[in-house]
Design a protein around this ligand. Structure first.
Ligand SMILES: Nc1ccn([C@@H]2O[C@H](COP(=O)(O)O)[C@@H](O)[C@H]2O)c(=O)n1
Ligand code: MG
Length: 330
């Protein structure tokens, strides 16, 4: 078991009725002579949640949720997460990291003439994706247009399956710090993880393989490439997944959620308002803790994110908060 000694104790202390324990304030009191501020709640006791970039609008709700998730334990838990800019990093030293699409679009596999078209598409549609004023319904036709045109251009580039690995290697796509620990821990504790992405499934898996590991408890729903017998890209399989249709299609005819029906508690992680719909197909859901990474257009979107996500992490390049919560549940 890959547990650190710290977590066994913490997990034990935090179970069941012990959720409202007072913490280790006595030492501070004896040292300072001043009456310490009592920390009686889980959200107060978790250092990761005290950071300035962590926003929790309804602390009472999150406290109750955390208590319930901890009390119900790992056997009732499943994870549903977005990939690009949620599991993967948004930027490194101020430079944007590649999304799955960018891995190909910016690679040497794509001729300059096509790059120009793809750049123009990105400049047109990405501002719409992150626009704080438009509704999801207003954005959907634009996302359909972007994804249809963009994948169409990729198909015209004569991409080969055998080139994908090198394209990922040469890109700056990265996983957030702490993903490796998280993937390993979820696998060790047999907690299922659904990765629901409007990126490109083949690239997503390659990024995970190169920077961590694909485990048996992971299931990916995404846009997968269709290659012919010669390994040339000829199209994309199935219905298109874009940023704002994650509530439909892909999982409708699948038995994924039904086989997990006893796992009624969800931790959902995403970076867009569309990601909030990823758990729409879960039957008999009991608790859902929504953790949102806000990476871009921050000021304009913060209020909406605080309304929609239980915990909002602003410009955070790590998995520290989700992992701290998982350490209490697993
Ligand atoms: N041509 C495109 C199309 C989309 N993107 C970005 O991909 C992300 C979608 O993947 P998720 O895992 O987050 O669902 C989204 O952030 C789009 O901006 C792109 O870069 N190029
Ligand atoms: Mg994303």
């Amino acid at each position: 078991m890959a547990r650190t000694s710290g977590w066994n104790t913490t997990a034990a202390v935090m179970t069941g009725a012990a959720c409202a324990l007072a913490g280790a304030a006595l030492a501070g009191y004896l040292l300072s002579g001043r009456r310490p501020k009592k920390r009686t709640k889980i959200i107060e006791m978790m250092d990761e949640l005290q950071k300035e970039n962590v926003y929790i609008k309804d602390k009472e709700r999150v406290e109750k949720l955390l208590c319930q998730l901890i009390q119900d334990g790992k056997s009732k838990l499943q994870i549903i997460t977005d990939f690009d800019m949620t599991l993967s990093r948004f930027s490194i030293n101020g430079k944007r990291c590649a999304t799955c699409h960018n891995v190909l679009e910016d690679s040497t596999l794509v001729p300059e003439s096509k790059k120009q078209i793809l750049d123009e598409l990105r400049d047109t549609y990405y501002p719409i994706e992150i626009n704080a004023k438009m509704t999801i319904e207003e954005k959907i036709p634009f996302m359909m247009e972007w994804y249809t045109k963009g994948t169409g251009v990729l198909v015209e580039c004569g991409l080969k399956q055998s080139d994908l690995s090198l394209a990922v290697k040469e890109s700056n796509a990265q996983l957030r710090e702490g993903c490796d620990w998280q993937f390993h821990a979820l696998h060790e504790h047999s907690v299922p993880m659904l990765i629901f992405s409007a990126g490109i499934g083949d690239i997503l898996e390659e990024i995970i393989k190169q920077h961590s590991q694909m485990y048996a408890n992971m299931r990916v729903v995404s846009n997968y490439m269709d290659f012919n017998h010669d390994g040339m890209l000829v199209g994309f399989k199935g219905d298109l997944v874009h940023t704002y249709n994650k509530n439909e299609g892909a999982l409708r005819n699948s038995d994924y959620f039904t086989t997990l029906k006893e796992r009624r508690n969800i931790i959902l992680m995403g970076d867009s308002m569309g990601d909030l719909r990823m758990a729409d197909g879960v039957p008999n859901m009991q608790q859902i803790l929504k953790i949102g990474f806000l990476n871009d257009n921050i000021e304009e979107r913060l209020e909406k994110y605080k309304e929609a996500y239980d915990i909002v992490l602003v410009s955070d390049s790590t998995m520290d908060v989700p992992n701290a919560i998982l350490k209490k549940i697993l």
